[in-house]
Design a protein around this ligand. Structure first.
Ligand code: MLT
Length: 409
C-alpha cells in the first residue's frame, strides 16, 4: 500500500489563512444575517482594480495571442528578456545595485518562489527565521523534511533557529549565534507580519554576517513599494557583498495588484556559490527549467507596463491609497488606546491584543462582536502570541469602518 510523504504529516493544522477563511465561513453559516457586515482585513489581498495601463497591456497581449503572426507558445522558463531587462534596470541599476537580466527569474509569484527556493539547499541545511514569520518559509522547510520535531507546547521546530521579534527589541531580529551554524536565513522587510523595517546599516550587518559565516539570506522584499523613508533600502543588493550571500524575492502583488494575476521574480546572482563552488544561480535555473514553464506572456507584458511612466504613476496612486488606509488604522487604533506598530513604510498594522487576551481570543471577539476580521499574531509564530495583524489593503470604507467598530468595543 502506498504511503504519504511523512514530512507533510508533520505539518500542524492547516495553512494559517485557510484556517482564518474557514472560521469566517463557519461564522457566516451560523450567523447569516451578519455575513454581509463582515469587514475583512485578514489576508493581505489587494482590493483596488488593476490600473488602466496594466489592463490595456493585458488586452494588447491577448490580441497578440489571437493572431498567428504574434502568437506565443511556451514562455522562456526564466522569463521574457523584455521583462528581465526592465527589472534589472528599474529595480536594481536605478538603485545602484548591479544585477544582470540573466540573474532575474520571472515566476508566478513570490509565495511559490519563497516556498520553492529551499529546494536548492542541502537537506540538512539549518534554517533561521524571524518569529513571528510568514508561515510559508517554515512550512516549506517542514515539507522538505528539514525542520526536525514539532513541539506542540512551544510551537517550535527542533531544527529551526528562531529569531524573536518582540516589542522589547523593536521587532528587529538579532544575528544568530555563530555556533548555530545557520545555512539559510529568511528575512522579510518591510516585514510581514509586524510592519517593521530595516535600515541600511542593520541590513549591511546581516550581509556581513552571512558572508562571514557561509550563510545565505533569502530576502523577501515583497513590500518594498511601501517604503517612503529615503534612508531605508529597497533591495538587499544595495548592501556591499550581497551578491555573494543573498537571494531576493519580489512580487507584483502588493505594488501593482497582481494577487489574482500572478507575477513575481527571484534574483539569484552568479556570485552566489556554495562551499564547493556550485553556482546557486545555475541550480535555480535548472530547477526552474524542470518544474516551471514560465509565467504567461500576457501577464509578463502587463508586468512590464508597471515600470512605464503611466504604470508607475497609476500604481503609485494605489500604493498611496493603501498607505493612507494604514495611517487611518494606525492612528485610529492608537487614539483608541491600543499599542500599535508597523503601518508606516509597510501595509501591515501589528497591534497588541488588549487586556492580555490571546491572539485567537481577540480574533473571535472581533469577529463575533463587531464582525471585523484580522489575522491572529500567534499564527505567525509563538512570539506573535498576544498580537494581531490588520492589513491596509482593504477599501477606504473598510479601513474607516474597522477602526470605528473596534473603537466602539
Ligand atoms: C499575507 O496576508 O500575509 C499575504 O497576503 C500572504 C501572501 O502574500 O501570500
Amino acid at each position: 500500500m502506498f504511503k504519504a510523504n511523512a514530512n507533510y504529516l508533520k505539518l500542524p493544522g492547516s495553512y494559517l489563512f485557510s484556517t482564518v477563511a474557514s472560521k469566517i465561513s463557519q461564522y457566516c453559516e451560523e450567523n447569516p444575517e451578519k455575513a454581509g457586515r463582515i469587514v475583512r482585513l485578514g489576508i493581505g489581498d489587494v482590493t483596488q482594480p488593476l490600473a488602466p495601463s496594466i489592463v490595456a497591456a493585458l488586452h494588447g497581449a491577448v490580441d497578440e495571442m489571437a493572431s498567428a503572426e504574434t502568437f506565443r507558445g511556451y514562455a522562456p522558463d526564466l522569463g521574457y528578456d523584455f521583462l528581465r531587462e526592465t527589472i534589472a534596470k528599474c529595480d536594481f541599476a536605478a538603485r545602484g545595485a548591479a544585477i544582470s537580466p540573466d540573474e532575474v527569474f520571472v515566476s508566478d509569484g513570490a509565495k511559490s518562489d519563497s516556498a520553492n527556493i529551499q529546494e536548492i539547499f542541502s537537506e540538512d541545511a539549518r534554517v533561521a527565521v524571524c518569529d513571528p514569520v510568514y508561515p510559508v518559509y517554515v512550512d516549506s522547510n517542514v515539507m522538505a523534511g528539514r525542520t526536525g520535531v514539532y513541539d506542540e507546547a512551544t510551537g517550535l521546530w527542533s531544527n529551526v533557529s528562531y529569531m524573536p521579534c518582540t516589542r522589547e527589541n523593536g521587532f528587529a531580529p538579532e544575528l544568530p549565534h555563530p555556533d548555530e551554524d545557520i545555512s539559510l536565513i529568511y528575512l522579510c522587510f518591510p516585514n510581514n507580519p509586524t510592519g517593521a523595517v530595516i535600515d541600511k546599516p542593520r541590513l549591511q550587518a546581516w550581509v556581513d554576517y552571512a558572508n562571514e559565516h557561509g550563510a545565505v539570506i533569502v530576502y523577501d522584499a515583497a513590500y518594498e513599494a511601501y517604503i517612503t523613508d529615503p534612508a531605508l533600502p529597497h533591495s538587499i543588493y544595495e548592501c556591499d557583498g550581497a551578491r555573494t550571500c543573498a537571494i531576493e524575492i519580489r512580487s507584483f502583488s502588493k505594488n501593482a495588484g497582481f494577487t489574482g494575476t500572478r507575477l513575481g521574480y527571484t534574483v539569484v546572482p552568479h556570485d552566489l556559490k556554495d562551499a564547493d563552488g556550485v553556482s546557486m544561480r545555475d541550480l535555480w535555473a535548472r530547477r526552474h527549467g524542470t518544474k516551471f514553464n514560465g509565467a504567461p506572456y500576457i501577464v509578463q507584458r502587463a508586468g512590464e507596463v508597471v515600470y512605464s511612466e503611466q504604470g508607475a504613476r497609476e500604481t503609485g496612486e494605489q500604493i498611496a491609497f493603501y498607505r493612507e488606509n494604514a495611517r487611518i488604522i494606525l492612528e485610529g487604533l492608537r487614539e483608541a488606546g491600543f499599542d500599535v506598530f508597523g503601518g508606516v513604510n509597510a501595509p501591515y498594522i501589528w497591534l497588541k491584543a488588549p487586556n492580555g487576551m490571546t491572539s485567537w481570543d481577540f480574533f473571535d471577539m472581533l469577529l463575533n462582536q463587531v464582525q471585523v476580521v484580522g489575522t491572529p499574531g500567534s499564527g505567525f509564530g509563538p512570539s506573535g502570541e498576544g498580537y494581531f495583524r490588520l492589513t491596509a489593503f482593504g477599501s477606504r470604507e473598510d479601513a474607516l469602518e474597522a477602526v470605528s467598530r473596534i473603537k466602539a468595543l
